[in-house]
Every structure is written in structure tokens, then in C-alpha cells.
Design a protein around this ligand. Structure first.
Ligand code: MN
Length: 265
């Protein structure tokens, strides 16, 4: 199995290193990740400027030199595009993104670079999994990656249709071992809805968004509520934004196309 591994926290992030180590038990791993942190960039891509790519290594006194992978001066989606087109010798069987520092639940799923990388993988009809670990003062990425590997193995064993897309969230381990696994929909709760207004040393006003926890919608069992309760959450995702329920109805409306002459007049 060929696995393309990426993230949005950057090639030097500990969550990526832990995931690379675990994914190597499942197959050959190609790491293509952003050179610098790209959290919250969503599905942005780079096309107005060139994409600089460097092969990067980790130097350790005891371990010596270890190859980390390809560092891309671009977004997570850029990494997956480049990874598939340029750095994978054949189409990968799996795209894995993570482990992200911080959960990607609720509306955050749409801001997430971690999830966007997995969506990009699904565009290529490759089964893709985003993995995120709830924010923790001392995040245990090694345990998170071991758990994630077991979940990825279970997903792959089901032989999902090509291009299947999943987002996995792990509760912070300081809260205890996860209570179980829940397959739940994405919540519609918002995050970080407050701005701090400050003044910089030159007297200019600036604003900085804060990330606050929002109480999950009552009664709805979502990724937000289940993660809060201490469960691992798995959410199958779609990137088709069309509203098919409205589409049929709207297509039947009588639409008037104005004459060209009337537009100019
Ligand atoms: Mn991130």
C-alpha cells in the first residue's frame, strides 16, 4: 500500500512524525507537507506564485540524519496535488492528513487545512482520512497515531469506494482513555466568534480572533457533542455542495432570460 501523508501544522510538527511512524506499518509512506504552519487556510491553493519544494531532514546526535519528506511552501491542498502528481511513483492507495494539533469539528471542518488535504485526496478518487487530536497541554501524538492507525486499518479493511473521505477526531488523552467510537455527523456549531481589539506599539488598532468553546446544540449528537463527551468521532464527509433538494424545484421555475439589447440599453 502506498500512503501519501500530509498535514497543515507543517513538516516539523510532532503529530506528523508520529503518524509517519505508524503509517509505515501499513505500507510505503511518502511525506509531502507544508514548510510552515498552514492551520485554518482551508482549501486554498497556490497558483499565482511558484511552489518551492525542498527535501528536509532531521538531524539528531544519537539517531543521525533522518529524512522527513518534502517541504512545500504552500497549502495542504497544494501538498496533496504535488504529492500525487510529482512525488508518488504511482497513485497512492490512501491519503492521510494529520495528526492535527486541535480538533476539527463543527464548522471548523470548513476552515481546516487538515480536512482540506483529505478532501483534495478524495478529488483524486483516493480514499482519504483526516486525523485531529483535541488540544492538550501535552499532546500524546504517539498514542494518538497508534489509535489512528488501528482506525485506518479498520476503515481500509471495509474496502470503501474509491475517493471515500473521513474525518477522525480523538479526545485529549489527559481526560482519560476514549469512551468508545461514534460515527456522527458534522455539527453546525461555530468556534472562535469573538475578537480582541488591541493597540499596537505604533498606536494602530488591530483585531485578533479568539477561539472559544461553544456549547454544542442540545439533543443533537454530532462530532462536537461526542468529542466533548470523550468519544473518538468518525465523520464520513462529502464535498459536493449542491443542494439537490432545492435543485429539482428551482430547475422547474420559469426563468426569464433578458434580451441582449435590453441589457445594453
Ligand atoms: Mn493545524
Amino acid at each position: 500500500m502506498l500512503i501519501l501523508l500530509t498535514n497543515d501544522d507543517g513538516i516539523y510538527a510532532p503529530g506528523l512524525a508520529a503518524m509517519a511512524q505508524e503509517m509505515r506499518h501499513l505500507g510505503e509512506v511518502v511525506v509531502v507537507a507544508p514548510a510552515t504552519e498552514q492551520s485554518g487556510v482551508g482549501h486554498s491553493i497556490t497558483y499565482l506564485t511558484p511552489l518551492i519544494v525542498k527535501e528536509v531532514f532531521h538531524h539528531d546526535v544519537t539517531d543521525g540524519e533522518k529524512r522527513l519528506g518534502w517541504a512545500v511552501e504552500g497549502s495542504p491542498a497544494d501538498c496533496v496535488k504535488l504529492g500525487i502528481h510529482q512525488f508518488c511513483a504511482r497513485p497512492p492507495n490512501l491519503v492521510v492528513s494529520g495528526i492535527n494539533s486541535g480538533a476539527n469539528v463543527g464548522i471548523n471542518v470548513l476552515y481546516s487545512g487538515t480536512v482540506a488535504a483529505a478532501i483534495e485526496g478524495a478529488f483524486f478518487k483516493v480514499t482519504s482520512v483526516a486525523v485531529s487530536l483535541e488540544i492538550d497541554e501535552q499532546p500524546d501524538y504517539v498514542t494518538g497515531a497508534r489509535l489512528a492507525r488501528q482506525l485506518v486499518e479498520q476503515l481500509v479493511a471495509r474496502r470503501p469506494p474509491a475517493g471515500s473521505l473521513y474525518s477522525v477526531n480523538l479526545p485529549a488523552f489527559h481526560r482519560g482513555w476514549p469512551k468508545g467510537i461514534r460515527v456522527v455527523p458534522m455539527g453546525l456549531d461555530r468556534h472562535g466568534e469573538r475578537f480582541e481589539r488591541r493597540t499596537d506599539p505604533r498606536g494602530r488598532t488591530y483585531y485578533w480572533i479568539t477561539s472559544e468553546r461553544v456549547e454544542p446544540e442540545k439533543f443533537a449528537e454530532t462530532d462536537v457533542s461526542s468529542l466533548r463527551e470523550g468519544y473518538v468521532t468518525i465523520t464520513p464527509l462529502n464535498f459536493d455542495l449542491s443542494r439537490f433538494d432545492n435543485l429539482r424545484d428551482m430547475a422547474e421555475w420559469t426563468w426569464r432570460m433578458p434580451e441582449r439589447e435590453r441589457i445594453d440599453g
